[in-house]
Write a protein that binds this ligand. Structure first.
Ligand code: AMP
Length: 124
């Protein structure tokens, strides 16, 4: 499949520094920042720097280095924010909405990291 990518989506604008964000962590291929409308006490987004619209696009076309960097950044954020049980935290949920049925609002691949309080059932 050929994927389209909207260069004017809000996360592309954050990556270009055209709109502000509250940065958490930056790596070679990924960026983490606070969600603007947090759904839980901790709500952080991790995005790849590359122009990938969704999970399928990212896993099909991103390099191995980009993919490893992305998931390692998610892990580092969870640990640095005291969410990982491995670091004495109480756990967290990672969610990635991909496409229409999942209600993906921003067409730039991203992972939500939610924690800091009980999250509730997987699907409500
Ligand atoms: P999704 O529905 O999975 O595409 O989630 C998009 C997320 O992006 C939502 O949780 C929004 O609150 C968040 N969001 C939208 N605009 C911004 C922004 N300017 N800065 C940070 N987060 C944002």
């Amino acid at each position: 499949m050929t994927y389209s990518y909207d260069q004017n989506n809000i996360f592309a604008k954050i990556l270009r520094g055209e709109i502000p964000s509250k940065p958490i962590l930056e790596s070679e291929h990924s960026v983490a920042f606070m969600d603007i409308a947090p759904q839980k006490q901790t709500h952080i987004l991790v995005i790849p720097r590359g122009p990938y619209r969704c999970f399928d696009h990212f896993t099909e076309e991103a390099s191995a280095a980009e993919q490893v960097d992305f998931y390692q950044t998610v892990a580092k954020v969870a640990k640095a924010h005291g969410l990982s049980e491995a670091k004495g935290g109480e756990g967290f949920r990672i969610i990635s909405n991909s496409g229409k049925n999942a209600h993906q609002e921003v067409p730039h691949y991203h992972m939500h990291i939610l924690g800091g309080e009980p999250i509730g059932p997987l699907v409500q």
